[in-house]
Design a protein around this ligand. Structure first.
Ligand code: FEO
Ligand code: CA
Ligand code: CA
Ligand code: CA
Length: 547
């Protein structure tokens, strides 16, 4: 639905102060409701109520460490009042699953099953009640878990090197969607550390899942490369050609895009069923003059041959590592050994790329580089040694086209705080207004407003003797940033110990869904174990969030 002309999307909320409170803090005039806690029912069953689950129970629960998510509309339902929420579970909330710590080497078969139940994704049908509060529709046929125990298939050029029937996906960090209404969930690890007997090539992929359960079974899309995937954000043009942007949150890690060979179909949803299996993967190279280029990761091109020379991670030491010889005999080699291929092809090693977001008019792409305290060798796109607080890069595709092979770029902001000046310039940054460290989640909403979520570690060091990171920045938070003035306004502060991640919204932008990951205090239910949760943020006067 198109907002009425009287709607205003200027941002006028009163920023909240940094704090260490064990609650979700939002501006005056806003409310917070908890929608889905770890251990709540996704599929019909017995939810968490203080006791550890059986494997069968856990497989139906909402998993843990809620992360990226997407909201999908449902045929016949006003999307402002109801729809499907697909969300990632990055890691188990072990405190509600079993006693003691989890060690895959000594875990029982049941403990492994339970741990693997708590990762993956969930799809829930949700609806807004007459009181304005959102709730999961229990028993909906759309409510479904896809876990570390479920089976997945593989598509694309490297599929033959994966198991025919893959057990599980895990470390479902952030996510994205396709223009044809499927969910893309991203594995941020290339090995199954929860159950190490599984073949290594089976993990580290983007997995496509249809929340409506109409198209293909959940499929690991190998053409998009194997690395520590963070999220996926797409840019489409008027010809229905599309690029998918992705970050590799590792050290070293690069920025990628994947362009399917074919246009997507809006008339025939099923025609898109294998679109992500055929296309070209590129890695970004940021030149010192503000230009950039996308280099194809195609066997036989850009040095990707048998006997290729991988320079390794040249960012962590002023003494370069010895190059390694890597064989790229076919495209499957390139995709499986994607991080090495990216370095061979000349991709720029970034300060841990987390989320990427694309402006609604395709005029800009933003990437969070969360931090990289190990950086010793700088380049223009990663200009700070010991980059403890991270930065955000903005780039613009040539012609605002997803098919571009060239782009221009600038550093949008350097995170940090002037209060850290005694520790050195690299800790200060250039944020105007409310400062932060370690940007992670980033999303431009359909009205073009830029939101940033943080993941600084607690307890973390600020870089200044005697000051913890929370002395400076408070607990992790969510910010609105004006793209012209770069003025930052703190919108939401999370409870103790958490990371803020995941952002979805209804089309009218009156409902925001945000995830509170790994709280450590007494939230969300007083007197119970802390649980990762999806929250709903609304205005008490029912106007669009942020106005
Ligand atoms: Fe799971 Fe890179 O955050
Ligand atoms: Ca993240
Ligand atoms: Ca992070
Ligand atoms: Ca996390």
């Amino acid at each position: 639905p198109t907002p009425t002309p009287t709607d205003s999307y200027t941002v006028s909320f009163a920023p909240v102060a940094a704090n260490m409170n064990d609650t979700v803090t939002v501006p005056t005039g806003y409310t917070v409701d908890v929608l889905l806690k770890a251990g709540d029912s996704v599929e019909t069953g017995t939810p968490y109520s203080g006791s550890f689950p059986t494997p069968a129970d856990a497989e139906k629960w909402a998993g843990g460490n809620h992360d990226g998510m997407e909201y999908f509309d449902l045929s016949g339902v006003d999307a402002n009042n109801g729809g499907l929420l697909a969300l990632n579970f990055e890691y188990p909330d072990f405190n509600i699953l079993m006693s003691g710590s989890y060690d895959p080497a000594t875990a029982t078969a049941d403990q492994k099953k339970i741990a693997l139940s708590a990762v993956g994704i969930g799809v829930v049908e949700i609806a807004k009640g007459s009181d304005g509060k959102w709730a999961v529709k229990a028993g909906s046929r759309f409510n479904k878990r896809y876990t570390g125990n479920s089976l997945y298939r593989a598509g694309g050029p490297a599929a033959g090197l994966l198991s025919a029937s893959i057990k599980g996906m895990l470390n479902n960090c952030s996510s994205g969607r396709t223009p044809w209404g499927t969910y893309l969930t991203c594995e941020e690890t290339t090995d199954n550390y929860l159950d190490p007997v599984q073949p290594e090539n089976d993990y580290g992929w983007v997995v496509e899942i249809d929340p409506y359960q109409e198209l293909a079974a959940p499929t690991k899309r190998t053409a998009m490369g194997r690395f520590s995937h963070e999220n996926v954000a797409y840019m489409a043009n008027a010809d229905r050609r599309v690029a998918f942007y992705m970050g590799d949150d590792s050290t070293p890690g690069c920025i990628y895009k994947f362009i399917p060979d074919r246009a997507f179909s809006t008339a025939n949803r099923a025609a898109n069923i294998d679109l992500l299996d055929y296309g070209t993967l590129y890695v970004a190279r940021f030149n010192g003059d503000g230009t950039g280029e996308w280099r194809a990761l195609v066997q036989g091109q850009n040095g990707l041959i048998v006997g290729a020379s991988d320079p390794g991670d040249v960012s962590q030491s002023t003494t370069p590592p010895a190059p390694a010889t890597v064989n790229f005999a076919n495209q499957a080699d390139v995709l499986i050994k994607c991080q090495s291929a990216a370095r061979v092809a000349g991709g720029t090693i970034m300060d841990r790329p987390e989320w990427i977001t694309v402006a609604p008019d395709n005029s800009a792409v933003f990437v969070t580089l969360t931090n990289n305290s190990g950086r010793r060798v700088t380049d223009p796109a990663n200009p700070r040694v010991t980059n403890r607080h991270g930065h955000i890069i903005k780039f613009k595709e040539e012609g605002n086209s997803p098919l571009a092979t060239k782009f221009s770029w600038e550093i949008f902001l350097l995170a940090g705080d002037p209060a850290l000046a005694s520790g050195g310039a690299n800790l200060v940054g250039d944020i105007k207004g409310d400062t932060f460290s370690s940007p992670d989640g980033i999303r431009i909403d359909p009205k073009g407003r830029l939101w940033v979520q943080t993941d600084h570690s607690i307890p973390g060091t600020s870089g200044v003797t005697g000051k913890s990171i929370e002395d400076i920045f408070g607990q992790n938070a969510m910010f609105y940033i004006d793209q012209t003035t770069k003025q930052s306004k703190r919108f939401l502060v999370g409870p103790k110990g958490c990371e803020i991640t995941g952002l979805a919204y209804t089309p009218d932008l009156k409902t925001f869904f945000v995830n509170i990951q790994h709280p450590t205090g007494n939230w969300p239910v007083s007197g119970q174990q802390p649980r990762s949760s999806t929250i709903v943020v609304r205005r008490t006067d029912s106007q669009p969030v942020g106005n």
